[in-house]
Structures are given as C-alpha cells and as structure tokens.
Design a protein around this ligand. Structure first.
Ligand code: NCD
Length: 292
C-alpha cells in the first residue's frame, strides 16, 4: 500500500509519470476513473485551497467525498485521532486525506488503516501535494527544462511546511533554492542564504514567496506584519522588468508577501498554481487509489 506522507515517498520517475497524468487532467473536466470510490477528508487545521482542491479533484474523478466535521467529531469528546481514523477505516474508505497541526501525525496513522493516507499538511513538517503542484507549475512554465534553474524562497522559511517539502523536492530535479530571510526565519540547511532579495534577484529564474506563519510562532519577531513587509514584500520595484516566475502557495497576505500590483502582473502565477493543484491532486488520487 502506497501513502503520500512526504515528497520522498515518490521517486523522480513516479513524479514524472504523475505530471504526465496531471497534464491530461489540466482542463479539469470530469471523468469516471474513480466512480464508486469513497474518499474521507479530515481537516484539523484551517484550509481553503487544499481542502477544496482535494474535494474537487476527487469529484472530477467521479469519487464520492465525506468531509468529517472535526469541530463536531468525537475527537472533541476525547477520542484520539488514531482511534477516530481506525473507526473511519472500518467503514472501508478508499483513501483518507488529513491535515493536522502535529508533525508526524499522518505517518503514525499508517498502521491503523487499509487504504492510502494523504498528508494535506502536518504542522511545520510537510505539505507534499503543495510542493508537487509547485514543481509541476515550474515544469509547465519552463517546458520541462527545469535543470539548473534558481529559485529564491522568501519569507518565513523556517516554519513553513511548504518550504520544507519544496526544499526536499526541488533539488532532486536540479532546481537550486536560494533562501532569502532574516536570521530568525532561516532554517538550518546548507542551501545558499541571503538576507535580502536584492542580493540575489539577478541570479534567479523563480521567486517563491511564503506567508509568515504567525500561528506557529512562540515569539513575536516584528511589531507588525507591515514592518516585515517593508523588507520582504515582492513588489514591481523589486522585480523591475526581469523575466521571473512568481509563485506563492496562498493564502497571500496582500502588500506584505506580494504587492497588489505584482499580484496582477502576468509573471505572477498564483492562480495557475491553484488550477494546477487540482490536476496534480487528480493524478495523485488516481495513482494511490488505482495503483497506476
Ligand atoms: C499553506 C499551508 O497551509 O501550509 N497553504 C496551502 O496549503 N496552500 C501555506 C500557508 O498556510 O501559509
């Protein structure tokens, strides 16, 4: 049984095959590949894109979806997530998608189920489907020629699970990350690091902006997000007329992560990432449920 807990669960070859499938699904039209299948989603953390993207992907493939309302579920009566999932598993779903604030929780569920577990984000640890859709967007943009491309990752890299999954995945395909952040948002890694975007803007082909994960911080690092934005917001001035692909996983804090003007700029592919996300998740659900 194959699960998707981190991007390391798929080989490069499997990912390229996944992308071939995602391309076929890009018009997001409906088919019946998963007709008769049932997928359960459990979101213990807030979500707009990931939850709706998974649900739409499942429905476009003809599967039925049950969203467990975790606010009113038995975990609120003291049941452990492991027991909740074991009970759901007894109802024979074909896949379980879970988001939870505890790092490692999705991995710990594997021994309690007979169907694939898909990690939709566990704390600061991993968000594999986001990294896969980001890489797919980069592949699409550069027509598959991604080797040796340089990507500036900017913002709260240390606490972002999108960052950690991308830092595992991108280098496997030859995309070199350059980390742009103040010291307290910088993870301990060997990747190249700079403090400000202007130090590396002339070297990069791609910028990935990230949201400041205030809800995961134990300390207050800035008086306000506006203060942080003064140094780290991606603006038309910072890009100039450079040919750079601008990405962000969402939700975007406008004029803190990316300026209003840049969000409208055609170099900014945030909504393309969202559309690609449905196609990539369709390909992932097909792979894990049909084992093909
Ligand atoms: C991210 C997440 O939840 O990890 N959003 C997403 O899934 N697209 C990023 C974030 O919350 O900043």
């Amino acid at each position: 049984m194959q699960h998707l807990i981190t991007t390391a669960d798929f080989t490069n070859e499997e990912i390229l095959k996944l992308f071939d499938d995602a391309k076929l699904f890009l018009d997001l039209s409906s088919n019946s590949l998963l007709l008769g299948k049932l997928i359960v989603t459990l979101f213990f953390e807030n979500s707009t894109r990931t939850r709706s993207s998974f649900e739409i992907a499942a429905k476009r493939l003809g599967a039925a979806v049950v969203n467990l309302e975790v606010q009113t579920s038995s975990t609120k009566k003291g049941e452990s997530v492991e027991d909740t999932v074991a009970n759901l598993n007894a109802m024979k779903p074909d896949a379980i998608i879970i988001r939870h604030r505890d790092c490692g929780l999705p991995a710990s569920l594997i021994e309690h189920v007979d169907c694939p577990i898909l990690n939709a984000g566990d704390g600061t640890n991993a968000h594999p489907t986001q990294a896969l859709l980001d890489l797919f967007t980069i592949f699409e943009h550069f027509d598959g020629e991604v080797n040796n491309k340089k990507l500036a990752m900017i913002g709260d890299i240390k606490t972002s699970r999108v960052a950690s999954s991308n830092l595992e995945l991108l280098p496997r395909f030859g995309v070199e990350p350059i980390l742009v952040a103040p010291e307290h948002f910088m993870p301990k890694t060997d990747f190249k690091k700079v403090q400000f975007l202007k130090e590396t803007i002339d070297d990069v082909d791609i910028i990935m902006s990230l949201r400041t994960q205030l809800e995961r911080h134990e300390k207050i690092y800035y008086k306000s997000l506006e203060e942080f934005g003064k140094d780290y917001c991606v603006t038309s001035q910072s890009l100039g007329d450079r040919d750079i692909l601008l990405l962000h996983p969402g939700p975007v804090n406008r004029n803190i992560d990316i300026s209003d003007e840049m969000l409208k700029d055609k170099r900014c592919k945030v909504l393309e990432q969202v559309r690609n996300g449905v196609a990539v998740r369709m390909a992932i659900l097909k792979k894990l449920i049909l084992k093909q």
